[in-house]
Design a protein around this ligand. Structure first.
Ligand code: LHQ
Length: 267
């Protein structure tokens, strides 16, 4: 991947087969402004387009993961024109969320501190969410008279169940990382001092996994939310047909029979 030194509100570093994308507006709790939306899109496209990057880790700089939309950017003067939030979502947030959820490589998220509003949505779009014990999740939208967006109404009830998702969304009360893990909202809650190591270890492991198969798994799980069982059985057969033609399948079977670790190339 070409270095991206021009990025300011996010940083992107490659570590062998995986990349770390860090939300980088720590003074504003990594809240998302227009520049960050554009730079996130650029960084995600770079990761997606680089075959040698086989896993992505997303985290935040400083004490927060992401406080959602930068509200300073959204202040409405009395009598002023209301912003076009539909457009902001369609053109700004929604493509970012879909890029993460549909990217044919695994995305790990390390929630290093508070996640609020669209910051929760961003985390929920990732495939594996680790959170530091001190982190909390705040569905802050209703606190400013908005509905949850950026996929939160899709991901959260599926992960945590409708009663808990509804309560989070309609009260805005924070949920700590331990509770989030107990509820099934996230993959793992870890000690603050272990967050970086545990999430990076998984990213590095995933970078050696059969990437193409992992991408197919992501696609099947998203489609499975909508499909009937007969349709999903057919989609599994289609994807398996393709996976079975991949070199990683041949290598995986050979390695099993030869009793050695597989050396997957991601194809
Ligand atoms: C912030 C923010 C912030 C700017 C903290 N913006 N400065 C919306 C509209 C359009 C379309 C797309 O969708 C969305 C999605 C959304 O994300 S809506 C929800 C927006 N986010 C929020 O409502 C969360 C607002 N923030 C908070 O509730 C708290 O700050 C949290 C719970 C995140 C953290 O609380 P504390 O740890 O107590 O920190 P703090 O409140 O003292 O904040 C520290 C600083 O960060 C402070 O600035 P200052 O200059 O006083 O130190 C805050 O103003 C600033 N900040 N969030 N979203």
């Amino acid at each position: 991947m070409k270095a991206k030194p021009d990025l300011e509100t996010v940083t992107l570093e490659q570590n062998g087969g995986w990349a770390r994308l860090t939300l980088n507006r720590p003074g504003k709790l990594n809240s998302v402004n227009a520049q960050m939306r554009a730079e996130l899109a650029e960084a995600l496209a770079a990761v997606d387009g680089e075959e040698n990057i086989r896993a992505l880790l997303i985290t935040g700089a400083g004490r927060a993961f992401c406080a959602g939309q930068d509200l300073q950017e959204r202040e409405i003067a009395p009598g002023g024109e209301a912003p076009d939030l539909r457009r902001s979502l369609r053109e700004g947030y929604n493509p970012l969320i879909w890029k993460i959820a549909s990217m044919p490589k695994p995305v790990v998220c390390a929630v290093n501190g508070v996640a609020a509003g669209a910051g929760v949505s961003l985390a929920m779009a990732c495939d594996f969410v680790f959170a530091a014990e001190s982190a909390r999740f705040v569905m802050a939208f209703c606190g400013i008279g908005l509905v949850p967006d950026s996929g939160a109404t899709w991901f959260l009830p599926r992960a945590a169940g409708l009663p808990r998702a509804r309560a989070m969304m309609m009260t805005g009360e924070p949920v700590d990382a331990k509770t989030a893990a107990q509820w099934g909202m996230i993959y793992r809650c870890v000690a603050d001092g272990e967050l970086a190591e545990q999430s990076e270890t998984l990213a590095a492991k995933l970078a050696r996994a059969p990437t193409s198969a992992l991408g197919r798994i992501k696609r099947l799980l998203i489609e499975g939310e909508e499909n009937s069982l007969p349709r999903q059985l057919e989609r599994e057969a289609e994807e398996q047909g393709e996976a079975g033609r991949g070199s990683d399948y041949a290598e995986g079977v050979r390695a099993f029979l030869e009793r050695r670790p597989a050396d997957f190339t991601g194809r």
